[in-house]
Design a protein around this ligand. Structure first.
Ligand SMILES: [Fe+2]
Length: 285
């Protein structure tokens, strides 16, 4: 049986003595429960190829999309312009804390992420525990936010802020830019599988009905800083090529850390589809 080493944090564990290409059904059930409990599982040295990654991800449920390279390297091996390239702009956007696909009608359930080419320094991925931070809020704040919902917009958090080119001129696929209406989601989510309450916040929060945009974004930022400012609730992973992770996007936020963008970094991301009811925005139900 595999070996589990809990991180010295409120979440996360490293898993050893396991081959992700060869997991038996009974082990899979145990692994799934482990994932729900720790929200982030790290598997060092797996060296999954693209096909193996998709196959492993599918054991956790349907995929929102199979595989996307998260990379500043073109298919011909050259490194993209660090400043004037829409793909690199999307990488810069990923450096802000977020949950994946909260700007889509259905929020993602999670993701399997693998490291292929890693820079000498930087380029870590960080996660933050939005269960622990919600739990620790004072009652006054809980009362204030428990019934609030926010519109999430990738047009606001990425397209407008980073100045993307038009769809026709851009190499970035514009996934999520045109979603209309913008999805409305409760600030406090009850996790559909564990029943634990957690915050749904991050960079895509644009508007909160009943507040000015400035007030709404300040509230989201305050909650984000409360969450990410506590070392026990965050973990940043320094990648080695060959590492694989799976995280629960319903209760964790994540971010990429900066690196020298003239250096190549290539990761692959398989996105798990959220449940059509429990991860749906309230205006899409
Ligand atoms: Fe992301």
């Amino acid at each position: 049986m595999f070996k589990v080493e809990k991180l010295d944090r409120s979440f996360g564990a490293k898993v050893f003595d396991i081959a992700l290409t060869d997991i038996q059904e009974d082990e899979m059930q145990e692994l799934y429960q482990l994932w729900l409990e720790h929200a982030l599982l790290i598997f060092p040295g797996q060296n999954l190829n693209n096909e193996e990654q998709v196959k492993f991800a599918k054991r956790f449920g349907n995929l929102e999309f199979d595989l996307s390279p998260i990379s500043n390297v073109r298919t011909d091996g050259t490194v993209r312009d660090p400043y004037d390239d829409d793909i690199v702009k999307s990488l810069r956007g990923n450096m802000e804390w977020h949950h994946d696909s909260t700007y889509m009608p259905i929020q993602a359930k999670g993701a399997v992420f693998t490291a292929h080419i890693v820079p000498k320094k930087g380029g870590e991925t960080g996660w933050a525990d939005c269960r622990a931070s919600y739990e620790a809020l004072d009652q006054e704040m809980k009362d204030k936010i428990d019934e609030l919902s926010a519109f999430h917009s990738y047009e606001f958090s990425q397209k407008d802020r980073f100045g993307h080119k038009s769809k026709e001129e851009s190499e970035f696929n514009s996934y999520g830019f045109d979603v209309d209406p913008k999805p409305l989601r409760p600030l406090v989510k009850t996790h559909p599988e564990t029943g634990v309450k957690c915050l749904t916040i991050g960079r895509h929060v644009h508007r909160i009905p009943g507040m000015s945009d400035m007030e709404a974004q300040k509230l989201a930022k305050d909650l984000e800083e409360f969450t990410t400012g506590n070392k026990f609730w965050t973990y940043h992973h320094s990648w080695e090529s060959g590492d694989a992770v799976i995280w629960d996007n319903r209760c964790l936020m994540h971010q990429a850390c900066p690196w020298d963008l003239t250096e190549p970094r290539t990761m692959y991301h398989a996105r798990l589809e959220g449940n059509a009811i429990t991860e749906a925005a309230s205006n899409y139900l």
